[in-house]
Design a binder for this molecule. Sequence first.
Ligand code: NDP
Ligand code: X2W
Length: 343
Amino acid sequence: MTITAAVSGASGYAGGEVLRLLARHPEVQIGAITAHSNAGQKLGSLQPHLHALAERELVDTTAENLAGHDVVFLALPHGSSGAIAAQLSPDTLVIDAGADHRLESAAAWEEFYGSDHAGTWPYGLPELPGARAALAGARRVAVPGCYPTSAQLALVPGFAAGVLQTDDVVIVAASGTSGAGKSLKPHLLGSEVMGGMSPYGVGGVHRHTPEIEQGLSRVAGSEVRVSFTPTLAPMARGILTTATAKAAPGLSPAQIRAAWEEAYADEPFVHLLPAGQWPATKSVIGSNHAHLQVAVDERVGRVIVVAAIDNLTKGTAGGAVQSMNIALGIEEMTGLTAEGIAP
Ligand SMILES: NC(=O)C1=CN([C@@H]2O[C@H](COP(=O)(O)OP(=O)(O)OC[C@H]3O[C@@H](n4cnc5c(N)ncnc54)[C@H](OP(=O)(O)O)[C@@H]3O)[C@@H](O)[C@H]2O)C=CC1
Ligand SMILES: CC(=O)N[C@@H](CCC(=O)OP(=O)(O)O)C(=O)O
């Protein structure tokens, strides 16, 4: 089967990563690649690592340019996807890397994003219970945010199995700077980021908070509230998430760990590391794999889960391509089998 795919936001980090993966996908032919202020440029002048596509010209992000493809990837600033998706055929598989279609609650969207809600699409985190069935045959997919990918992979097995309590969930995550996109932001200047770490979006205001709560509440069967604090780390890629919650009473560490062992035993991209080995962003950079470790602090009765992903791969473009494969009935790992890069 040959699938034609258009990629919007191709001059950005997320669009560039989608192209990096699609360039090696055996079933995909890359069609239109679009941009905004960089329309008219050659891709090679903006994404020099994408050699095979270097001579391709970026065109404007219009429904006309994106039409006529089997798949359209939207890697646009949030708020931009709804309008363009509405102009694309319902038969086209549209995969939105942005936030517009992730939340079910219009009220939560309005509170955290401050604009009108564009709607809710099937959620592209295949490892969640029931997600693969919802993605199979779907023609619209909302790719999770990068922090929500790591936080949900870390905590969902514990809530699904009932080994975590829902009332005291704390998540602290460190992200590489590519998570913020390519556009100029003063707090991301090299001199601000190099050689140190700093928090941002503190105090329950980061817009990934409702997305994480939505996913955890769904599997827990009751409302889960989280305290989420993101931090910026002096690295280009990677997220290291540390999530903790109170253990349900009366369980041994082995019984608790079994929830993650069972949930991820057959998952091709999520790996519970052997006990005592800790996830590191360096082990997953450039790959669609997530590394996890679970420990129980018996002194305070808390479960600690650490997860590492590449924000641009499993956290965005890899999750998008994985979801595309499922939606179109292609073997799920196709185009995503690359190992990580280390050291
Ligand atoms: N970076 C990450 O780790 C993650 C990103 N995402 C999401 O992916 C999307 C893209 O993010 P990212 O690649 O990081 O951002 P970048 O800033 O790196 O890229 C943004 C892209 O969108 C284009 N663009 C900017 N403004 C407009 C507009 N008004 N209309 C159409 N296109 C526009 C830009 O084109 P041009 O350069 O030509 O101006 C560029 O191609 C966002 O929604 C982001 O939240 C999701 C998960 C993780
Ligand atoms: C380091 C950094 O700034 N990261 C981004 C998250 C990127 C992401 O997942 O964005 P969307 O949900 O908008 O798709 C942030 O905190 O806003």
